[in-house]
Design a protein around this ligand. Sequence first.
Ligand SMILES: *Cc1c(COP(=O)(O)O)cnc(C)c1O
Length: 392
Amino acid sequence: MINSFHPPKRILMGPGPSDVNPRVTAAMGAPTIGHLDPAFVGLMDEIKELLQYAFQTSNQLTIPVSAPGSAGMESCFVNLLEPGDKVVVCQNGVFGGRMKENVERCGATAIMVEDEWGKPIDPNKVEEALKANPDAKMLATVHAETSTGARSDVKTLTALAHDHDCLSLVDSVTGLGGIELDVDGWGIDAIYSGTQKCLSCPPGISPVSFGERAVEVISNRKTKVQSWFLDMNLVMGYWDGSGGRTYHHTAPVNSMYGLHESLVMLKEEGLENAWARHALNHKAFAAGVEAMGLSFVVEVDYRLPQLNSVTIPEGVEEAKVRAALLNDYNLEIGAGLGALAGKVWRIGLMGESSCKTNVLLCLGALDAVLTDMSAPINSGKAVSAAQAIYSA
Ligand SMILES: *Cc1c(COP(=O)(O)O)cnc(C)c1O
């Protein structure tokens, strides 16, 4: 007989999903109501307003797409591109490669600007590519590369895009809520994110925002958006209250309760305070990692506080370490992806997971597991090195 499912209680310190606050899961357990119920319509309006706060934008077209971050990515590309368009795509990890795939599936051409995995996007290379391709329509960049832990300067990259008459499209799935992001201040034209990284919601929803220039491009398309579900011209009618809400799809009602609560919590904490919390917990964690004698893939100036790529010590079977952490400590950390597979652990300090207890637990657990395997580390130093940062 198949019984009810009871998930094990885990501490999530991988590349997402991150831990979910009980306030969010409690909100999701509230009774389901109709998605055209006036009470739900009111909730939709509040979510839009809270997302404008999180993105720091007054863009009217700021909404949660009813599907995971990958759907936010896809909705940006399919709405902004038409066959024959040219896009400069920056790749310094996994997600730039997915952008290329999206561009090509739209019948457009991707001009690739590649940087080493673990390095930020190089604005000089981007400028060269924009100069060499004056007919490019858009520049696509990843703010926070979750596959490596590198942060790119999307403020500078967006300014470059505008200098060359291009739209700036930014992936901030892992950035939003964890590091500084100012959509209007930086002039970003289109951006997408996810709920399960620094917003600490369960996965499944993708906040997106389109600025005036992007909306103009969408409204003046010559061809239909090839995805019916993600066509913003249709989705706008569902999320825009002015003309009365029309049925497009059935929003995941209870997931929206959760997103609403997590955004309320972000507002209560304050964006700047959330960024500062991520920065502090990273600093303490990094002190512990380095005291152990392990190192980071990404240079300190470009390191994401919410995603730490830590090199695996010589001779250690990395999958065994992750299994021991999961089995003995209920602690999930991530494996390396793509070019970094087998070379690093990806340890997330995202959203709710970015807290002192998690930092100390993870350092203590790693120290104990690696010491038990006779790995070449400085044993017994990590936790006190992190403590010292908190007491400073
Ligand atoms: C997680 C992630 C995505 C994809 O989000 P899903 O919710 O897994 O579809 C896209 N871009 C980046 C940078 C991510 O970290």
